[in-house]
Design a protein around this ligand. Structure first.
Ligand code: BG6
Length: 468
């Protein structure tokens, strides 16, 4: 059906993936081990090492060898942009080398050339849950200031190499993951007896400085480039109108805004003074760090949005729900996916407005989608109407936010082709417009099959959203 929904000219429709969840080839052409290579059951499920168990990220969907076929399918849908990450360990296998691995650099040359051939704009994340294991083992991960230097070296190497191919960059995927899974966000295991908050906020600070240095280098090396930050968004609604619930929801939202406040405004918000006092946190933060943060803020704010949640001052006895990093109180007005992620398209419009009111910087939806089990019919068709319905509802709300006055660069749906799930390591939690023949045990031909949503999205893009 045609609506009068207006998306701006040049709106970046497309999809988003991450190297570790698609590429496979985990030891090819000099690639070192990343943390994903030992996360056999997904990022939420320690223990991380699983002797004898097949790690789903080792082969993933073999995008490393099949990217030409996959990009051609994205191009057939009319993609304007594709977000992916560079596997840091293809470029610096242990993380601390002086010079980059040429074979790793060549792979992304070919990948970005292939996207460019189809006029697909690459949007590139530098670190998406796949930091070098070497930096974990030899340096303790992001609790070590030296990581800033290694990250900067990596960023400079790829900016120089891809300066004519990539304009949109993101430093850290869902930087707020540090709060929930320090190992995945920071490559650090927090031991019993350590001050958890001290370590988490210190790692956040080092990543903020690393992001600022990446923004600096990006702008110097690639004229006209755009450096973004990236958070896992999704608001906390007060569970009731009790003033204590309102305040709790504000506090919970601030835990996420903390990161964007620093990277978009260039300084630590005043509310952290109380936090740090209460948590006994003392940051290693130099005057030079402060200068860098101030001078090199981000050009746009990107985020993933899957769901909202509720906050209560007294959650005892209330039903909790999980989903994309953070737990929250169940919202009785919302339905949920099979994995319990609550479905709330209006929350996307709300999030876009909240972020835009707060920063007045362009926003970019770089993840949204519906993880579901798909059934392949005898005739090989896949009727994923549930996915179409989820995405359509969210795209319409994004359109309404644009009408509200929000500046939105694009909408990149998560996993346009089925990939390995980050939270569970499963294949059966599928997000794609394209089905990949592979199951949770790693069996399957890896054949790609178009789902019903494939043609649906093609039409959305061709009509620039008018068909929604
Ligand atoms: C985001 C991550 O948190 O959610 C992705 O950036 C992830 O890496 C996505 O895949 C969806 O989560 P899941 O667990 O369903 O794969």
């Amino acid at each position: 059906k045609q609506t009068d929904m207006q998306f701006p000219e040049g709106f970046l429709w497309g999809g988003a993936i991450a190297a570790n969840q698609v590429e496979g080839a985990y030891q090819e052409n000099g690639k070192g081990l990343s943390i994903a290579d030992i996360l056999g059951n997904g990022i939420f499920n320690p223990p991380y090492e699983h002797p004898g168990k097949k790690n789903p990220y080792h082969e993933a969907i073999d995008f490393y060898h099949r990217y030409e076929e996959d990009i051609a399918l994205f191009a057939e849908m009319g993609f304007k942009a594709l977000r992916t990450s560079i596997a840091w360990t293809r470029i610096f296998p242990n993380g601390d080398e002086e010079t980059p691995n040429e074979a790793g650099l060549q792979f992304y040359d070919q990948l970005f050339d292939c996207m460019r051939k189809y006029n697909i704009e690459p949007v590139v994340t530098l670190s998406h849950y796949e930091m070098p294991l070497g930096l974990v083992k030899d340096y303790g991960g992001w609790r070590n200031r030296k990581l800033i230097e290694f990250f900067e070296r990596y960023a400079i190497a790829v900016f120089k190499r891809y300066k004519d191919k990539v304009k949109y960059w993101i430093a850290f995927n869902e930087i707020n993951v540090l709060l929930h899974i320090p190992f995945v966000g920071g490559g650090t295991v927090i031991e019993e007896g350590e001050n958890k908050k001290q370590i988490i906020y210190q790692m956040a600070h080092y990543q903020h400085v690393a992001s600022a240095l990446a923004a600096k280098a990006c702008h110097e090396i690639i004229p006209g480039s755009q450096m973004g930050c990236m958070i896992a968004a999704g608001p906390y609604y007060p569970h009731t109108c009790h003033p204590d619930d309102i305040l709790t929801a504000m506090e919970m939202d601030r835990q996420v805004y903390f990161f964007t406040d620093v990277m978009a405004r260039g300084y630590y918000p005043t509310y952290v003074k109380r936090w740090f006092k209460e948590y006994d946190v003392e940051l290693d933060l130099t005057a030079e760090d402060e200068q860098l943060l101030k001078q090199h803020t981000v050009d746009y704010i990107s985020f993933s949005y899957y769901k909202s949640r509720c906050a209560s001052a007294d959650p005892s006895g209330l039903e909790m729900v999980s989903g994309n990093l953070a737990m929250g109180v169940k919202n009785p007005y919302l339905k949920a996916s099979e994995w319990g992620w609550q479905i709330d398209p209006t929350g996307l419009r709300f999030t876009l407005n909240q972020l835009y009111d707060r920063y007045q910087k362009p926003l970019f939806i770089v993840e949204n989608g519906f993880g579901a089990v798909d059934t392949v019919e005898e005739d090989q068709s896949i009727h994923d109407d549930y996915r179409i319905s989820y995405l359509r509802d969210h795209m319409i709300e994004a359109g309404k936010a644009i009408e509200d006055g929000v500046e939105l660069l694009g909408f990149l749906s998560w996993g346009p082709i089925d990939i390995v799930s980050a939270s569970t390591g499963e294949m059966k939690k599928r997000y794609g417009y394209i089905y990949v023949d592979k199951d949770n045990e790693g069996n399957g031909t890896l054949r790609r099959i178009k789902k019903k949503s494939f043609d649906w999205y093609k039409e959305v893009i061709a009509s620039n959203g008018a068909s929604l």
